[in-house]
Design a protein around this ligand. Structure first.
Ligand SMILES: C[S@@+](CC[C@H](N)C(=O)[O-])C[C@H]1O[C@@H](n2cnc3c(N)ncnc32)[C@H](O)[C@@H]1O
Ligand code: SF4
Length: 428
């Protein structure tokens, strides 16, 4: 039987990237960063005290000696980049994990090093785990200039949290949000997960209304995905605990959308809602960025590359050389496709922004009309004042496509990088 995906996947890929050929990342040194557009920085802290079995991110169990080696190496990696990043100013430094505050004095020391070595940074954003955000940690973060927080609440139901093997209860998560709110950071996002095993629609409604009631600035919601290589997938555990039926999952999303909008939030990305006049907390939507730490990715316009995932291999490569595992050259069309992907994710694709990045002579329509215009009669996109807006049904379909494309690419890349610290070649 013909597999329909095999036919339409390359067709969509060709329309978006200009090539139907499978992407390939190889073990080769990318160029050092040159001129960067709207650059951001990323720091990956790959340690956790509790290893959640569903988690696909690169993380290892916290170990004080390994953290020491990591901390030394990450500062050396920053020093290697310093000559190439002089004079730049960065919109954000995003610190993700893992659990960045698992050793918060260690994190503070790394951030101080970044501030002393690289250019100005407008906002520093940190991902927090409810069980690793004591008040002295929050005060220290504020003191070094952290302005935006994202807290992994996931659920307020003890039953659900236990089912997914989180190491905190609902009360701890709520108290953590309340403590952070009192410290008046510029913006606080909470992550909530849905479609979780054993989660009811009522329980989900309570999660959303509780977070809105606490006054958070942004709510990001993630349907549980289980990559094949995450522990839960490996142990097949996820297949033995039942996900709520599709109808319930759809109702969860619809409730969140309607309730957040009725409470004055606006949808700012496929899975996020933001209070007006607040700055969006978002990890990966910068145009160009440089990532530090094991598994951190970088996009410089000329190259896209990923550091080795293995913490020991990462530390042993430094200070001699960059710990890049695999890279691929990025041509202009691919860079445009990359930009488009994140704008679709943020639900607004604006011609002015496109031209400001790719040059006044290149219009959005000249690059992507054949892809975007057919989506208008299907009700997935509309045009408002020169910009394309993703509609509600469009946002739903993005989620479906995301599963087919980006999660697939990420799955191949991360899966291979987990198996081998220095892979020769990865086909995406
Ligand atoms: C790196 S974690 C956040 C910080 C901290 N490590 C924590 O767990 O609270 C990033 C977020 O990814 C989301 N996440 C993790 N695993 C997921 C999965 N399998 N499916 C969907 N979302 C997931 C969770 O919402 C989590 O808060
Ligand atoms: S979800 Fe967060 S705390 Fe849990 S393993 Fe992943 S990164 Fe660590």
């Amino acid at each position: 039987m013909i597999n329909a995906k095999r036919i339409w996947k390359p067709v969509v890929q060709k329309l978006v990237t200009g090539s139907a050929r499978q992407f390939k990342m190889v073990r080769s040194a990318p160029q050092w960063p040159g001129q960067l557009t709207a650059p951001g920085l990323y720091l990956h802290v790959p340690f956790c005290k509790n290893m959640c079995p569903y988690c696909p991110y690169n993380r290892v169990e916290y170990d004080a000696d390994l953290f020491e080696a990591y901390s030394r190496a990450v500062k050396q990696e920053i020093d290697l980049y310093a000559p190439y990043l002089q004079g730049m100013s960065f919109g954000t430094l995003y610190i993700g994990g893992g659990t960045p505050t698992v050793n918060w004095p260690g994190l503070v020391s790394i951030v101080r090093h970044i501030r002393a070595t690289l250019g100005a940074i407008a906002d520093i954003c940190v991902e927090l785990h409810p069980a690793n955000m004591a008040s002295d940690c929050l005060s220290a973060l504020k003191e070094i200039g952290v302005s935006m927080l994202s807290i992994g609440v996931e659920s307020t139901s003890d039953v659900v949290l236990e089912r997914i093997q989180r190491c905190h209860d609902g009360r701890t998560a709520i108290d953590a949000v309340i403590r952070a709110m009192k410290m008046e950071f510029k913006s606080i996002n909470v992550d909530l997960m849905f479609a979780l095993p054993g989660q009811s629609l009522n329980g989900w409604q309570k999660d959303v209304t509780t977070m809105v009631g606490l006054g958070v600035d942004q709510i990001s919601t993630y349907p549980m995905f289980s990559f094949p290589y995450s522990d839960m997938g490996r142990k097949k555990g996820i297949r033995h605990v039942t996900r709520p039926p599709h109808k319930v999952v759809k109702a969860m999303l619809e409730f969140c959308d309607a309730y957040c909008e009725a409470s004055g939030f606006r949808r700012c990305a496929v899975w996020s809602w933001l209070r007006p006049a607040k700055k969006k907390f978002s990890s990966i939507t910068r145009h160009h960025y440089i990532g530090f730490g094991p598994s951190a990715a970088s996009m410089t316009g000329s190259d896209f590359y990923v550091n080795t995932f293995d913490v020991k291999a990462y530390a042993s490569m430094l200070p001699a050389d960059r710990p890049v595992a695999v890279s691929m050259a990025v041509n202009r069309r691919l860079e445009m496709a990359y930009w488009l992907y994140w704008r679709i994710y943020e639900l607004k694709i604006d011609d002015h922004e496109f031209r400001s990045i790719f040059g006044a002579e290149t219009s959005l329509d000249s690059a992507f009309a054949a892809l975007l215009n057919p989506l208008i009669p299907l009700g997935l996109l509309k045009r408002i004042n020169g910009a394309y807006r993703v509609t509600k049904p469009g946002a739903y379909w993005i989620h479906r496509l995301q599963n087919e494309y980006s999660l697939n690419y990420i799955n191949n890349l991360w899966g291979a990088c987990r198996q081998e610290p220095w892979p020769e070649e990865i086909r995406l």
